[in-house]
Design a protein around this ligand. Structure first.
Ligand code: ADP
Length: 252
């Protein structure tokens, strides 16, 4: 059977002003993959995401989503996005976990529509999938950064996207809970079959859970299966990150 790709980038180059920020990017993400996209700060990760989400138009190259050129792609509901900045409710914010997750449905279908039994079920399932069932009635502002991040993932998956893009999802997650957090992502990938793209500046947060790795620093320095990435060894990675590797791996 031919491999299906949820995302394909070919010869993609992007520049804000004169200099290219992305240069000749080739990236193919197969359906069902769990891709870790890593690169130091300023390496073009956000720019690449904005190109994939249709917010920026590359000057060169092609992007396809689910086999459709991005210029004519209309099924944006198939893609969920959780940005690192979502994680910012203070203790006074008057919404429960359930309400925040349910808002993921209203965003898709419009506000003026009553929830059906199926909608309510979908909200509870999404909360369960991120391991937050015990917190459904709690106020979002009372939760820790890592718990809030789980709620935002639930909000993104309640409308059942096929591809979920996570920008620096472990920022704000307590170090002791990072492994559990990855287990949860692994379950979304394995059990619900959601293709995941996890973006991070810290190569140390890429775990054995990912199936594919892409290392970005304007060019794609490496793109392939996780096993091949592991074979690269620390020397190659140090070269990629320069002197900052040591510092980065101790930040979390
Ligand atoms: P990352 O997400 O990996 O930190 P970015 O995609 O944000 O990297 O940035 C890549 C490069 O593009 C950086 O040198 C940054 O200064 C530059 N850049 C980002 N946004 C803009 C912008 N709106 N205008 C001009 N340059 C930008």
């Amino acid at each position: 059977m031919e491999t299906e790709y949820v995302l394909e980038m070919e010869h993609v180059s992007f520049r804000y002003e004169k200099e290219n920020v992305l240069e000749d990017i080739h990236l193919a993400v197969p359906k069902g993959a769990f891709l870790g996209l890593v690169g130091p700060n300023g390496s073009g990760k956000s720019t690449l995401l904005k190109c994939v989400l249709g917010l920026l138009k590359p000057q060169q190259g092609h992007i396809s989503l689910f086999g459709t050129p991005i210029e004519s792609f209309k099924e944006w509901y198939r893609i969920g996005f959780v940005s690192q900045k979502a994680n910012s409710f203070n203790s006074g914010f008057p919404a429960t976990v359930y309400e925040v997750v349910a808002s993921g449905l209203t965003a898709k279908r419009g506000m003026f529509r009553f929830f059906t039994k199926n909608d309510k079920q979908a909200v509870l399932e999404a909360i369960e999938a991120v391991g937050m069932s015990a917190f459904a009635k709690r106020n979002i502002g009372e939760l820790s950064g890592g718990q809030q991040q789980r709620v935002f993932i639930a909000r993104a998956i309640v409308s059942k996207p096929e591809l979920l893009i996570l920008d620096e999802p472990t920022v704000g997650v307590d170090i002791h809970h990072v492994q559990n957090f990855y287990n949860m992502l692994d379950e979304l990938n394995q059990r619900l079959g959601i293709t995941l793209i996890l973006v991070t500046h810290d190569v140390g947060t890429i775990t054995e859970k990912v199936t594919h790795v892409a290392c970005l620093n304007k060019h794609l320095y490496f793109h392939g299966k996780a096993e091949e990435f592991e074979k690269l060894g620390e020397d190659a990675l140090s070269q990629f990150y320069g002197h900052s590797l040591h510092v980065l791996s101790h930040q979390h």
